[in-house]
Design a protein around this ligand. Structure first.
Ligand code: GLA
Length: 584
């Protein structure tokens, strides 16, 4: 029987001093047919451990509909880590941040935004059910039972959010009651207050940081006199938001910092080793005074890029690790360029007119949450009073982007990122506002906030009542289009927005593809029914990654749901990732 424990200054694996050299891979951001490949490449870089969060809202998007199969098969992911001869670290949250929508918390939680991540009994009851389900998978896979799991983390950077000790105590109680007996850790930014509030006696404190290594390790030591030093999130890159730049880090600096950590004898989890993709509608957002939704790619400028190919950083970090630990001689295959070709797209007409679920009629607009709607769009329609002149429409908040029309004519956009709250409305009969949820905030006090039209809109200061709120499920819409015999459908005029487009093509082999979205406006793309994610001409991201398992040799069907305009009615495929302009 193997053991894993905390010694005076080191981790002890089977009683012997052990330095964890780990890298993060989130199974929910990687196609399950590619898990083994990514884990193997982690071992080849010299890592001895793979770390993953668990995303509650991926497993249980609707209350009680728990899923641990396919993309959610955490057990299989951990078994693959074991088969590779590596250890695993599991961080089940329930809050994970991770630039993942709502920081991993489901939108159906009984708690409201004020009681999330507290000892509120309603919230804790839901959390207990969730954690028990996760630990049913994790407990038998702990190292003492022959599995890979050596550490489990409690919450995530809790000290940056709250100070409810009872909440942390309860998480620990549930964890231990569920048969978890490997050491329990917490992670916090190396700030005194956060390190103090984010942990409890009996939990091993670790830090999250990507620079100033000696100083950060010293701060960590001040808060914990004994036990191994560990950086649980060594930030080797960063995430991107729409309209921003593509963040990259200097390879030499990252290599020096990793060297400093390992030379100090500290354990490390490289965040990220392989970032993967926010497929579908899974990206989060930040809000520090301004709402900034995150892009589809989670490349993170990690050593293994979004498509699983080794980068310059991969080889540099492998060299650093080799100074401190054995590294396999074998190297991963270098990237091969993906096929480049162009496919014409056929316009198959508008797609936002019909809802995919029954509309709700009420005095006030219904939020996505009230509608229990998990997809990206809700259309709000209201009858306008007789107007003799243009009027001012004021909304409390349109979360997050709203296309406003009167009698089908576009009159403008309300963008939360721009702090838009008013728009001029001309006389007409029906006011329609199509609102997109661009991603739930994953950090800070706005966690759990509602989406859609918030409050009751005012027209020239008077409440506008009698709204019809119609949910639009973009994946369901794409599925109908993918399944339809489109040969029979008439081609319509290009340019009418919003319109759906389809392209068909064959491939010599099912390989990775990089779909160029630069000539498109804003929308969603699907390959053979697989939801690739959001695209937006705002950038910086330019290509959507299509993993090989989503492609096939025979006819492939690409469906594009465009909300604005396709400048070029064609799909172009590029040889590699194009993640946009970098900081100069
Ligand atoms: C924190 C969180 C992570 C992630 C990083 C930034 O450390 O714990 O989940 O959000 O920031 O990428």
């Amino acid at each position: 029987m193997s053991t894993f424990s905390i010694g005076d200054t080191e981790f002890l694996r089977d009683g012997r001093p052990h330095q964890i050299i780990s890298g993060a891979i989130h199974y929910f951001r990687v196609h399950p047919d590619q898990w083994q490949d990514r884990i193997r490449k982690a071992r080849l870089m010299g890592l001895n451990t793979v770390e993953t969060y668990v995303a509650w809202n991926a497993h249980e998007p609707r209350r009680g509909e728990w899923d641990a199969t396919g993309w959610n098969d955490l057990g299989r992911f951990l078994d693959l880590v074991r088969e590779e001869g590596m250890d695993a670290i599991v961080r089940p949250g329930p809050y994970i941040c991770a630039e993942w929508h709502n920081g991993g918390l489901p939108t159906w939680l009984a708690a409201d935004e004020n009681t999330l991540r507290t000892s509120d009994p309603a919230y804790l009851a839901d959390v207990a059910d969730y954690l028990r389900r996760v630990y049913e998978i994790v407990a038998p896979r702990q190292i003492q039972h022959g599995g890979p799991v050596v550490l489990v983390q409690i919450e995530n950077e809790y000290g940056a959010y709250g100070s409810d000790r009872e909440y942390l105590e309860e998480l620990v109680r549930i964890t231990k009651d569920s048969g978890i007996s490997v050491p329990l850790t917490t992670v916090d930014q190396p700030v005194d207050r956060m390190l103090a509030d984010g942990s409890l006696a009996g939990l091993h404190r670790t830090g999250s940081f990507g620079s100033r290594i000696p100083e950060r390790l010293a701060t960590l030591r001040e808060h914990q006199a004994t036990g191994p030093l560990m950086c649980s999130e060594f930030w080797d890159g960063w995430f991107d938001w729409w309209g921003g730049v593509h963040h990259t880090t200097e390879v030499a600096t990252v290599a020096e910092d990793l060297d400093a950590l390992l030379a100090a004898g500290a354990s490390v989890n490289i965040y990220m080793f392989h970032g993967g993709t926010n497929f579908g509608l899974t990206n989060g957002a930040n809000h520090k005074g301004r709402y900034l939704p995150l892009v589809t790619s989670y490349d993170y400028d990690a050593p293994l890029d979004e498509a699983g190919n080794p980068t310059e950083k991969y080889y540099a970090l492998r060299d650093v690790i080799a100074k401190h630990a054995p590294v396999p001689d074998e190297l991963p295959e270098p990237a091969v360029p993906a096929p480049s070709f162009t496919v014409p797209l056929r316009n198959i007409g508008t797609w936002t007119d019909a809802g995919t679920a029954a509309p709700a009629s009420a005095e006030h607009p219904a939020t996505f949450d009230a509608l229990e709607h998990l997809s990206a769009l809700v259309r709000y329609d209201v009858e306008l009073p007789e107007l003799s002149a243009p009027a001012t429409l004021t909304v409390e908040d349109a979360r997050d982007l709203a296309w406003v029309r009167v009698d089908g004519q576009s009159i403008g956009i309300l963008a939360r990122t721009r702090h838009d709250h008013t728009i001029t409305v001309p006389p007409g009969k029906i006011l329609s506002i199509l609102v997109e949820d661009q991603g739930r905030v994953n950090y800070g006090p706005r966690l759990g906030e509602e989406k859609g039209l918030i409050g009751t809109p005012l027209l020239n200061g008077d409440p506008l009542r009698g709204w019809r709120s119609t949910p639009l499920d973009v994946a369901a819409t794409a599925a109908v289009i993918t399944a339809r015999d489109t040969e029979a459908s008439a081609e319509s005029e290009a340019g009418a927005a919003p319109s759906a487009w389809i392209g068909e093509f064959e491939l010599p082999d099912a390989s990775d593809l990089f779909l160029d979205t630069a000539g498109w406006g804003k929308g969603y793309a699907f390959m053979n029914g697989f939801f690739l994610g959001r695209y937006w001409r705002n950038g910086p991201q330019r290509t959507l990654y299509i993993p090989a398992p989503a492609a096939r040799r025979e006819t492939n069907r690409l469906v594009v749901l465009e909300l604005e305009h396709l400048l070029k009615p064609r799909a172009q495929f590029l040889p590699g990732l194009e993640l946009g302009d970098r900081e100069e």
